[in-house]
Ligand binder design. Structure first.
Ligand SMILES: [Zn+2]
Length: 213
C-alpha cells in the first residue's frame, strides 16, 4: 500500500500583509482623529454663524484642530450676543479690524457659536489655522470669569478636548501663550488660577460625556 502523502498547503505568510493593513489603519486613524468635520455641537450651544466676509469669517478651512485657545473679551459687562454682533458688524470693513472666535461664552453661561468648526476664526494669530478659539465674557476689569461662566468654559473646553483628542495640559492655551498679549487677563495675572482651570478641565474630561443623539 502506498502511503498517501498529504500535501500541506502552505499559506503565504500573512505578516507583510497584516503590517501593511495595520499601517493603513493607523494612517486613517491619524487623519480622522483630528478632523473637524462631522462634529455636532452639544445642545447648549446656540449657533448664530456670522455672514461669510473677509474681516471676521473668511471661510478658510480649519484643516485640523490641535488646540483650544482661551480669550477674554476685554469689554466688561458685555454679553455673548453683543460680542457676536460686534464680530458681525466688522463685516462692513469700516472698522478695519479682523476679529472673531468660534465660541463666545456669556455672563450667564450662554454659549454662542459664531464660526463652524470646519473654518478658521480670526482670534489667535499664528494659531488661527489649527485651533478653536473661545472668547469669554466677564463682569469687570479684572477679567475674572463669573462662577457660572467659568463652569461653562470648563464644560465647553472639556467637550472640545474630548472631540479632538486633546490634552488639557498641553493643548489648551491662552492667547498670551501665542503672542504674549495679556489675554485672558485674569488668568495671565494669576498663573495659579490658570493651572486650576486646566485641572478643572481635566477633571471634567475624566468624568466623560454622554453621546448625544
Ligand atoms: Zn485674546
Amino acid at each position: 500500500m502506498a502511503t498517501r502523502h498529504r500535501k500541506r498547503t502552505r499559506g503565504i505568510t500573512p505578516a507583510p500583509l497584516l503590517l501593511a493593513l495595520a499601517f493603513l489603519c493607523f494612517g486613517a486613524w491619524v487623519l480622522l482623529r483630528s478632523r473637524p468635520s462631522d462634529v455636532q455641537a452639544p445642545g447648549w450651544v446656540e449657533q448664530q454663524f456670522l455672514t461669510e466676509n473677509p474681516w471676521s469669517r473668511p471661510g478658510d478651512k480649519l484643516k485640523e484642530v490641535r488646540g483650544v485657545v482661551i480669550h477674554y473679551v476685554g469689554n466688561p459687562g458685555t454679553s455673548a450676543q453683543a460680542n457676536r454682533n460686534y464680530f458681525e458688524s466688522l463685516s462692513t470693513g469700516e472698522e478695519d479690524t479682523y476679529a472673531s472666535a468660534h465660541f463666545v461664552v456669556g455672563l450667564e453661561g450662554e454659549v454662542i457659536q459664531c464660526i463652524p468648526l470646519t473654518e478658521i476664526a480670526y482670534a489667535s494669530n499664528s494659531r488661527n489655522d489649527d485651533t478653536v478659539a473661545v472668547e469669554v465674557c466677564h463682569p469687570d476689569e479684572t477679567g475674572q470669569f463669573s462662577d457660572v461662566t467659568y463652569g461653562q468654559v470648563v464644560e465647553l473646553t472639556a467637550w472640545l478636548c474630548e472631540t479632538y483628542h486633546l490634552k488639557p495640559n498641553e493643548d489648551v492655551i491662552r492667547h498670551y501663550d501665542v503672542t504674549g498679549k495679556i489675554c485672558p487677563k485674569y488668568y495671565v495675572d494669576h498663573e495659579d488660577a490658570w493651572t486650576q482651570f486646566l485641572s478643572d478641565v481635566e477633571a471634567r474630561l475624566i468624568e466623560g460625556f454622554e453621546k448625544e443623539d
